[in-house]
Structure formats: structure tokens, C-alpha cells
Design a protein around this ligand. Structure first.
Ligand code: NAD
Length: 500
């Protein structure tokens, strides 16, 4: 069984204290254990990151040089591609068909995309200014903020870590990464590759653990910025810590995103897009479109098509190439999803597909039957709460205005989809939906690091990716250089004349 260690100041630190088990969600068997790090471990990691930031070379290197190290990091990870896919199938329960692209390929592409953004960090042109009297010059410099405390979730363990580590490092910060204890393989591989890619000791530190380590990192006075991806509940705690410590904060949180199907949509495209989006990775994607809104007049046709397509989806072990939908991450997650489905059915929803215990799956695995729920009222918990399991809810609307109102009727605002034949009309509707990432006639495009990823409401604060996401890891220095040596030209005389 693999025993993971923390990575602090360029060294792998064996952990003597308590550990947390890592299960394979497909079988429920323990495959590894990670340190349940305490505050002393976090203190060491933050001290290392602090030293590396305050006195090390990283922040003084050019952005182009740091970008080269990120590319080297991607190259190292690329050499381990197949092994990484296997590891991430095993710890995250991501299917063997989905994992190569979304768990490994996309993070590597994003690492390189981030590296290509290095020119954005160059100092912008200087602005000569004429004061009265005298003259000088202002320059704006984008500088790193300092030590970044990064928290990543279990669903895309390498990808979400890269979304934080890559821009933070590119901008010249140092990082303490605390990943989900459920999925340590990706973050471990990232730290190993960083060492091989010539990223100096202390620049990237990895601390495994859960709530104790998370709270210690969030509250640590040596940390300057908190960047968190995970549930809205924990995100709110992290923001509380940021408020207490007056730290910068970036939060990427949960969602309950709508897919609005307009009356002129292609039903096949809409149904397949919605099923892909809501069932991929067993529904454990933050941007999953989990509420499908169809015109009331076309309800029966859509339900027939959904029943046929969703009924054909196969549930099984993640490593099996025939599997469409794998397990959810843990027994606790399985129970939570089942409870929410039951609550939805008790509150008036009807299971069009699923809603029953899984059959023909390995004993001990954390499986949930892919489920489509219809006839749930807008206040039904399964319509309002993030399920984070393979569950799609279908709602009906009377006219498009009603559809837009229903689509926007949740506290979240992460992603949205619109299906329609008239593209201009569909785009206009898309722009009225509450969400940062919005698709027209698709539900799967999220693989470009240059496109900002921004949640509204309970879905987040600030955003990741794109130039804005990179600049979140910088602070702007305004540097003024006086170019006029004449002391008489300065307004200093004011002091003499008024206060002496
Ligand atoms: P989670 O909130 O349970 O955990 C996220 C991280 O916080 C983990 O590293 C965890 O160990 C840590 N943590 C737990 N308690 C903590 C505390 N008190 N203080 C500080 N850190 C603490 O989330 P999860 O279950 O791993 O991930 C699923 C959630 O993530 C879903 O809600 C999903 O929508 C969201 N998510 C959002 C995005 C996005 O970009 N918006 C992307 C992926 C996942």
C-alpha cells in the first residue's frame, strides 16, 4: 500500500503522526494512506514557502524563465502519462475513457497555456508625466503577492491543483498546496515533477491532510493569498479566514447549472449534451449542467428521448473501458447523493430513470444508479441543491421568459448552456443566464486556460484562468521616477511655508 509523504522545502518528509485512508471508489478497497498533517507540519511548509519567497531566486527570475520551468514540469509529467492515468482512475474513480483527456491531458495543456501567458506579466510601457512644475515617469509593475495557500478538491486532483499552482508560480509566488486527502496521486506527481523541472526548494510545497491542515493553512499569518476550489460550505469558512487575516482570496465553488433547451433546439444534440454534462465523472464536475429546462409543449418527446438514452448508460468500475459512469468518490458521498435523491422523490419528484439501488456492480464500490428526475417543483431540494452525483433534473417552462427565470432561480451561477436552432437568439438568451462559463449548443468546452472561469453568487469569488485569473496572483506596484533634478520644482516648499 502506498504511503504518501509531505513535500517541504524540496524534501520528502515522512509522516509519523495520524494518517487518512485513500480508497479506490470502484471497489471500496484501501489503496494508500496520506498524512493527516497538523499545524506543526503546516508551520514548516509555510516557513519554507516564506523563505523561498522573501530570500530566494524565484521571484527575481524573469517570467519567461519561470514559464520555461512550467513547460519542463509539463514535459516531466508527460513522460508519466499512462501511469498517471491509471493512478487517477484508481483514486478519483474517473473512468478510463474520460481520465486520459480530462484528468491528465487537459492539466498538461493548461500548464503549457499558462506558460505561454508569461508575456502578460512584463512591465507595461512607462507613462511620462508632466507635473506643474517638473516632470517624471510612472511605471506599473505586476509583482507576486507572496505565499499562496492553495486548496484543491477531489474531483479533478491534478487539474485543479494546476489551475492554482501554475498561475501562482508563473507570477513569482511560492505555494503551499493542500489537496483533498481522498485523491493524493495527482498532487504528489506534480510536486515530484516540480523538483525534477528545476523549481527551487520551498517554491512548491505539498501538505496532505484535511480539515486540521486546511484550517491551519487558511489561518496562517505567513500566507498572503488563499485560493480555494471546493464546496461552497468550506469556501465560506476559507473566506472567513481570509477576512480575519486580511488576505486576498479566490474561491471556485459549487454549482447547480441549467441547460435551457429552446423550442427550436435539435433534441438529439440537447439530450446528448445534457446527459454527457450531468453524468460525466459520475456527476462530480462543478460545471455539470444538472437541470434541463424544456418547453412544456415538448415535454413528452424529451422524456421519451431521455429515458431511451439515459437508460442505455452503463454503470461500472472506472477502469473498465465499457463503463460510461463510474462510482462516486466515497461511501459518504454515495449516501449523501442517495439521501438527496430520496428527498427529491419524497418532495414530489418522479424518477424517469434510476432512483433505485445499482445492480451488477462490484460489492464495496460507491455506485449510484444514473438518475433522471422529472416533475420536481422549483423549491424541491433536488432542484436547488448541488447533488454532485449522476443525477439530472428535468424542469418544464411555458415560454422562454419563464425558462430564463427558472434557469436563474438558484443561489449559484457557475455555468449555463442553451440549445437552439437560431444561433443569434440562443446567444442572446445565453447572455441572460447567471453563470460565468456559458455554452451554446454544447456542454463540454472548458479546456482553454485563456478563457476565464468565473463563478457568481454561491459559485465563487474572483475567478481563475485567463489574464484576470493570472493577475489575481499579482499586485501592481506603481513606481514613480522623478526625471527633473531641480529641487525647486518640487512642492516641498509647502512644508516650509506652512508648518515651520
Ligand atoms: P471540499 O470543500 O470538501 O474540500 C475542498 C478542499 O478543502 C479539500 O482540500 C479539503 O481537504 C479542504 N478542507 C476541508 N475542510 C476544510 C476547512 N475547514 N478549512 C480549509 N480547508 C478545508 O470539496 P470537495 O468535496 O473536495 O470537492 C467538491 C466540491 O468542489 C463541489 O462542491 C464542486 O462543485 C466544487 N468544485 C468547484 C470547482 C470550480 O471551479 N468552481 C471545480 C471543482 C470542484
Amino acid at each position: 500500500m502506498r504511503r504518501f509523504a509531505n513535500f517541504i522545502d524540496g524534501e520528502w518528509v515522512e509522516h509519523a503522526g495520524a494518517t487518512l485512508p485513500v480508497d479506490d471508489p470502484s471497489t471500496g478497497e484501501q489503496i494508500a494512506e496520506v498524512p493527516d498533517s497538523d499545524t506543526t507540519v503546516v508551520d514548516r511548509a509555510v516557513a519554507a514557502a516564506r523563505r523561498a519567497f522573501d530570500t530566494g531566486s524565484w521571484r527575481r527570475m524573469s517570467a519567461a524563465d519561470r514559464a520555461d520551468r512550467l513547460r519542463a514540469l509539463a514535459r516531466v509529467l508527460e513522460t508519466r502519462f499512462d501511469g498517471l492515468v491509471d493512478d487517477l482512475v484508481a483514486d478519483s474513480g474517473s473512468t478510463a475513457r474520460f481520465a486520459p483527456m480530462m484528468q491528465v491531458g487537459a492539466p498538461l495543456a493548461h500548464l503549457r497555456d499558462f506558460a505561454d501567458m508569461a508575456p502578460l506579466l512584463a512591465a507595461p510601457a512607462a507613462y511620462p508625466v508632466q507635473t506643474t512644475p517638473g516632470f517624471g515617469q510612472w511605471e506599473l509593475h505586476r509583482e507576486p503577492i507572496g505565499v499562496v495557500g492553495a486548496f484543491s478538491p477531489y474531483n479533478f486532483p491534478l487539474f485543479m491543483a494546476v489551475w492554482k499552482v501554475a498561475p501562482a508560480l508563473l507570477a513569482g509566488n511560492t505555494v503551499v498546496l493542500k489537496p483533498s486527502p481522498l485523491t493524493p496521486y495527482g498532487p504528489d506527481a506534480l510536486a515530484r515533477a516540480a523538483a525534477e523541472a528545476g523549481i527551487p526548494p520551498g517554491v512548491l510545497n505539498l501538505v496532505h491532510g484535511d480539515r486540521v491542515a486546511g484550517e491551519a493553512l487558511a489561518e496562517h499569518p505567513g500566507v498572503d493569498l488563499l485560493t480555494f476550489t471546493g464546496s461552497s460550505a468550506v469556501g465560506s469558512l476559507v473566506m472567513g479566514a481570509a477576512a480575519r487575516g486580511l488576505k486576498d482570496v479566490v474561491l471556485e465553488l459549487g454549482g447547480k447549472s441549467p441547460g435551457l433547451v429552446l423550442p427550436d433546439a435539435d433534441p438529439e444534440l440537447a439530450v446528448r449534451g445534457m446527459l454527457f454534462s450531468s453524468l460525466m465523472h459520475a456527476g462530480q464536475a462543478c460545471v455539470a449542467l444538472t437541470r434541463m429546462l424544456v418547453p412544456a409543449s415538448q415535454r413528452d418527446d424529451y422524456l421519451d428521448l431521455l429515458a431511451e438514452r439515459a437508460g442505455a448508460v452503463s454503470l461500472g468500475p472506472a477502469a473498465d473501458l465499457a463503463t460510461d459512469v463510474g462510482p462516486v468518490i466515497s461511501e459518504a458521498a454515495r449516501q449523501r447523493v442517495e439521501k438527496l435523491v430520496s428527498a427529491g422523490l419524497e418532495a414530489g419528484g418522479r424518477a424517469l430513470v434510476g432512483g433505485t439501488p445499482p445492480v451488477g456492480v462490484p460489492e464495496g464500490g460507491h455506485y449510484v444508479t444514473p438518475t433522471v428526475i422529472v416533475d420536481a417543483a422549483p423549491d424541491n431540494p433536488v432542484v436547488r441543491e448541488e447533488v454532485f452525483g449522476p443525477v439530472l433534473v428535468v424542469q418544464t417552462y411555458d415560454d422562454v421568459e419563464h425558462g430564463i427565470r427558472l434557469a436563474n432561480d438558484t443561489p449559484y451561477g457557475l455555468a449555463a448552456g442553451v440549445w437552439g436552432g437560431d444561433l443569434q437568439r440562443a446567444r442572446q438568451v445565453a447572455l441572460r443566464l447567471r453563470g460565468g462559463l456559458t455554452w451554446v449548443n454544447d456542454a463540454a468546452q472548458a479546456d482553454v486556460a485563456r478563457t476565464p472561469f468565473v463563478g457568481r453568487g454561491r459559485s465563487g469569488v474572483g475567478g481563475e484562468l485567463g489574464p484576470e485569473g493570472l493577475f489575481a496572483y499579482t499586485v501592481t506596484r506603481s513606481l514613480y521616477t522623478a526625471l527633473d533634478a531641480d529641487v525647486g520644482a518640487r512642492p516641498y516648499g509647502v512644508v516650509g511655508s506652512e508648518w515651520e
